[in-house]
Design a binder for this molecule. Structure first.
Ligand SMILES: [Zn+2]
Length: 436
C-alpha cells in the first residue's frame, strides 16, 4: 500500500529558492518536469536555460522527483512565496528515502535563511493517529478466530449462531423452524460444528415429565446406556422408550465471535492484512455493541465501523462524532443489515467533504475494500500531482520562434510579420492589447 507524507514550512523564502533546491537535489533524485522540458530544448538544439529548472510561474513553482528506489517526491512553493510544501508518494519501504529527500530540502533552506531551526508542520495526520493509538488497541485475533470470522460471512450461519446464542441451547427441530428448511438446517449445523462455533449434544427427555434425564456427546452413547438397561429416574421406563433430542449450544469461541459482532472487525483486519496493512497499525475501539477500526491509508485516516445489527438514528450521531474527532478522511460503515436511504443521506449531508461508503453485507469483502481504498488513493495522488501540471505547459510557439528567429528578435518579427494580420493567434491579440 502506498503511503503519502506531506510537510509544510511557513517562512519568507528568497525568490531564488526553487533554483537552489533543484540544484541541490539533482544529484540524488531525477527531476521529472524539467527533464521533460529539457527534451524540447535539446531537440530544437537550443541551450537549456539553468533558471528554467524548476519552472517558475506566477502561480508558484515546484518539481517532482523520482528516487532510485522508485518513490516519488516533490517540493512545491505556491505563488505567495512564504510557504513551502515537501512531500512523497511512497512505496512500503520508502520512508528512508523520504527522510533523505527531506534532509536535503531542509538543509538547503537552513543554509539560505542562515537559521538552525525550521518549524516544519506535518500535513498528514500522524499526530492525530498517534492520539488514536493512545486510547485504542490493536485486535490480535487468533488463527482460529480469523478462520471462523470467514465462516460467519454466511448469513445463515450467523443467523443461527446469534439466535441459539441468546437461548444458549436449542434443539435441532427448532433450528429447522429458524431457517424454515430442514435440509438447510442440517448443513448449517454441520458447518457450525465443524468451525467449532457450536457443539451438538444428545439429550434424553422424559416423555411424561418433559425433563432432561441424560445429556451425552453422541447418539451411540445413548444406545449403549439403553443396552445396559438404564431406566428413566422420573417415570421408570427404559431409556429407549423416551424422547431423544439433539441439543445445540454455542461454544466459548462461538460466543466470543458474535459478542458485539467481533467477527466483523476480525474479518476486516484479515482483508486489510491481505492489502498490505499491518495488524499493529490498525486501531480498534470497542463500544457497547459495535466496533470501530482506524488505519492510515494514502496519508489520511480511514474509519471503519462494524455493526452486527440494524443502524439507528442515534448511531448516525455517534458516527458523526467519531468521524469528526478522529479527523477521518474517509468512512466505511459496515452492517449485517440493509442501511436505510434516510440514514445514508443524513450522514452524507453532515460530512460533505468526506467520502462515505456503506457495505450492507460482507460478500466480496476483499474486492470491495480494495476498490474503495485504491479509488481513494488515485483521488489523493491526483490532488497532489494536479498543481504541477500547470508547471509543465510548454510555450512551444515561443520556443519555435526562438529556434527560427533567435531570442531578441521575436517581438519585432511578430509585429512586422504580414501573416499576423490574418490568422492571428490568441497570444498575439493579447500582446497587442497589452501594448495599447
Ligand atoms: Zn421418563
Amino acid at each position: 500500500m502506498m503511503t503519502i507524507l506531506k510537510k509544510e514550512i511557513q517562512t519568507d523564502l528568497p525568490s531564488s529558492i526553487s533554483g537552489i533546491l533543484s540544484s541541490d537535489l539533482k544529484n540524488d533524485f531525477t527531476p521529472l518536469i524539467s527533464s521533460a522540458k529539457k527534451e524540447y530544448w535539446s531537440a530544437l538544439g537550443l541551450p537549456f536555460p539553468e533558471d528554467l529548472s524548476p519552472i517558475n510561474a506566477e502561480s508558484g513553482s515546484g518539481e517532482f522527483y523520482l528516487s532510485k528506489g522508485g518513490n516519488l517526491f516533490y517540493f512545491k512553493i505556491p505563488g505567495e512565496k512564504n510557504r513551502l510544501e515537501c512531500g512523497g508518494l511512497l512505496k512500503n519501504d520508502g520512508i528512508q528515502e523520504f527522510n533523505q529527500f527531506f534532509d536535503v530540502v531542509s538543509r538547503s533552506i537552513q543554509r539560505e535563511l542562515k537559521t538552525k531551526e525550521l518549524n516544519w508542520k506535518s500535513l498528514t495526520p500522524d499526530e492525530t493517529f498517534q492520539n488514536l493509538l493512545s486510547y485504542g488497541t490493536s485486535l490480535n485475533p487468533t488463527k482460529e478466530e480469523f478462520a471462523t470470522a470467514r465462516e460467519l460471512e454466511n448469513p445463515d450461519l450467523l443467523h443461527v449462531l446469534m439466535n441459539t446464542q441468546s437461548l444458549l441451547s436449542y434443539s435441532s427441530r427448532n433450528l429447522a423452524n429458524l431457517l424454515e428448511d430442514r435440509m438447510k438446517a442440517d448443513s448449517v449445523l454441520e458447518k457450525l460444528v465443524q468451525a467449532k462455533l457450536m457443539t451438538k449434544d444428545f439429550v434424553v427427555l422424559c416423555k411424561e415429565k418433559g425433563q432432561q434425564i441424560i445429556k451425552v456427546a453422541s447418539r451411540q452413547a445413548i444406545d449403549e446406556t439403553s443396552q445396559k438397561g438404564f431406566k428413566c429416574f422420573l417415570c421408570g421406563k427404559p431409556i429407549s422408550e423416551e424422547n431423544i433430542e439433539e441439543l445445540l449450544s454455542a461454544t466459548e469461541l462461538g460466543r466470543k465471535m458474535i459478542d458485539k459482532g467481533y467477527w466483523m472487525p476480525v474479518r476486516i483486519l484479515e482483508t486489510l492484512e491481505r492489502l498490505g496493512f499491518k495488524n499493529q497499525d490498525v486501531i480498534k475501539e470497542a463500544e457497547e455493541d459495535f466496533f470501530t477500526l482506524y488505519f492510515l491509508s494514502s496519508g489520511e485516516i480511514v474509519m471503519t465501523a462494524t455493526f452486527p445489527r440494524k443502524l439507528t438514528l442515534s448511531d448516525a450521531y455517534t458516527l458523526n462524532a467519531k468521524l469528526s474527532v478522529s479527523r477521518a478522511g474517509i468512512g466505511i460503515i459496515t452492517s449485517t443489515q440493509p442501511v436505510s436511504a434516510v440514514f445514508k443521506e443524513f450522514l452524507a449531508q453532515s460530512n460533505p467533504q468526506r467520502p462515505l461508503h456503506f457495505l450492507e453485507n460482507f460478500s466480496n469483502l476483499e474486492e470491495r475494500f480494495e476498490q474503495i481504498i485504491k479509488t481513494r488513493q488515485q483521488e489523493i495522488v491526483q490532488k497532489v500531482v494536479e498543481p504541477f501540471t500547470k508547471f509543465t505547459s510548454i510555450t512551444l510557439s515561443d520556443l519555435i520562434s526562438q529556434k527560427l528567429f533567435g531570442g531578441e528578435e521575436i517581438k519585432k518579427t511578430q509585429q512586422t510579420a504580414p501573416s499576423s494580420k490574418r490568422g492571428r493567434g490568441k497570444q498575439e491579440v493579447e500582446e497587442e492589447k497589452a501594448e495599447s
